[in-house]
Design a protein around this ligand. Structure first.
Ligand code: PMP
Length: 460
């Protein structure tokens, strides 16, 4: 995180500015049934998993749909048009991320796909440094490389110090990569990305930023943060059409074997005299984009980038921070709620927050929020098992069954509840959530629930 961005988020966190209306998103008119009778407008408070599509993205995709054609493969007018749109989208994304002129934007399926692509492109014996607090998408792709696992730090400064110390111990001549998230998908807390990048570079290492949770909430400048790569997913950036991005330095990507072998990645393929098939692979982004590209997904990402930029991140951040302040203040009124945090109350964060409720199984609590209040949150360990276990600690016990029963055990991992929101969230969803938490804790659930396949579901 650049000092500027970090400070800005910090200020916004403490003193929320007046905020404007939410951006129009799909689904804002959808009503869902309540078990207690009647219907209510659905409160989508699980943006960290997948955000609703921006209305603008949907309209752009719908306007393009009749002109849909193959990309890089057709002589027809619509193929040419689709190819132009695809390549223009690459430029839009590069601009959105404030890339360096020599950076490459590779389109993938998701953040997970992007980080696996980078992992497959690492030079031999590249040493990878990863905090245990990472999402599994950043934690697990480095299977073929030696990995140094870093313990959960308890402040941004401790994260930088831990990385400095680990890097100081490494062989300074070999290649190395640090992988770090910009904003935690569990706590929403911002990581000191610029400082970590400076530490990595001072020790001859490179750094990739997992911006899956950062890019939807904050401007990301590859140049200012001085990261070597950045990865994010369209479906968390209001563009749920199956595309993702890996952007950054091209040298390792160009030296690597194509991520997928097939058409699009291959320039020429011929039978050699010895009967084998010989391939010359493309250079450039195409090398790692084999197969027919997802032009709709890519165009949707570009549309979201434009929409967020035009709406202005200053206003979006201020608005989201105001909602976050309201959630935090509301939860603070309920002593049974414990908000999970690695860096403490004052840490700058995005609109993602996880918590436990004393005496409640989290799955039960989340099920009741949905069934009785029409609020969609997530419960679980959020694909960040080591982090959630660290945050929860070993002595916390939840009822094993809905509403009561056995204590938590090692084979029944403890769940937390996560609420997350963003540019499309109206104040009413936040007010309803805060009110529902207080009511559930005070009065209990109004319905009966049972456990089915390890989850709580309402008795129907
Ligand atoms: N990193 C973080 C921080 C995430 O929150 C997620 C998704 N929850 C991912 C990576 C993986 O994103 P995707 O599922 O789109 O590949």
């Amino acid at each position: 995180m650049s000092a500027h961005l970090y400070a800005e988020a910090h200020t916004a966190c403490r003193a929320p500015a007046d905020h404007a209306a939410p951006l129009p998103v799909l689904g804002s008119e959808v009503s869902v049934p309540l078990v207690t009778g009647g219907e209510v407008g659905y409160a989508a408070l699980d943006y960290a998993a997948s955000a609703p599509a921006l209305q603008r993205v949907w309209e752009d995709v719908a306007a393009y749909a009749p002109y849909y054609g193959s990309v890089h493969r057709g002589a027809g007018y619509l193929s040419q048009l689709s190819t132009d749109l695809f390549e223009a989208s690459r430029r839009t994304v590069a601009e959105f991320l404030d890339c360096r002129p020599e950076d490459q934007v590779v389109f993938t399926r998701s953040t997970t796909d992007s980080l696996n692509l980078l992992a497959a492109a690492l030079p031999a014996d590249c040493q990878v440094f990863v905090f245990e607090t990472e999402h599994h998408a950043s934690l697990l792709p480095w299977r073929d490389s030696p990995v140094t696992w870093l313990d959960a730090p308890h402040s941004p400064a401790a994260a930088v110090a831990a990385l400095e110390s680990a890097l100081a111990d490494r062989d300074p001549h070999g290649p190395a990569l640090v992988c770090v998230t910009g904003a935690s998908n569990v706590t929403g807390e911002l990581w000191p990305v610029a400082e970590l990048a400076a530490a990595a570079h001072a020790h001859g290492a490179r750094i990739v930023l997992d911006a899956a949770q950062l890019a939807p909430h904050h401007p990301v400048s590859v140049r200012e943060l001085d990261v070597d790569w950045v990865a994010f997913s369209g479906h968390k950036l209001y563009a749920p059409f199956g595309s993702g991005v890996l952007a950054g330095r091209s040298d390792w990507l160009q030296r690597a074997e194509p991520y997928l072998a097939g058409g699009g990645a291959s320039r020429t393929v011929a039978r050699a005299e010895d009967g084998t098939v010989q391939v010359q692979w493309h250079t450039g982004a195409a090398r790692h984009e084999a197969g027919s590209p997802n032009v709709v997904g890519v165009y949707a990402i570009a549309s979201a980038c434009r929409a967020l930029t035009e709406a202005g991140f200053d206003g979006l951040v201020a608005r989201e921070q105001a909602l976050l302040a309201r959630v935090r203040a509301g939860l603070a009124q309920v002593p049974q709620v414990r908000v999970l945090s690695l860096f403490g109350d004052d840490a700058p964060r995005v609109g993602v927050l996880s918590f436990l409720v004393e005496g409640w199984n989290s799955s039960h609590f989340a099920a009741a929020l949905s069934a009785e209040y029409g609020i969609g949150v997530r419960d679980g360990l959020f694909c960040a098992h080591p982090l959630v276990r660290t945050l929860v600690g070993g002595d916390e016990h939840q009822p094993g069954e809905c509403g009561g029963g056995a204590a938590n055990s090692a084979d029944r991992p403890l769940n937390a509840i996560r609420v997350s929101f963003g540019a499309g969230t109206p104040d009413e969803h936040i007010e309803r959530f805060v009110g529902a938490v207080a009511s559930l804790v005070r009065d209990g659930a109004r319905w009966r629930y049972r456990t089915e396949a390890g989850r709580c579901v309402p008795e129907l």
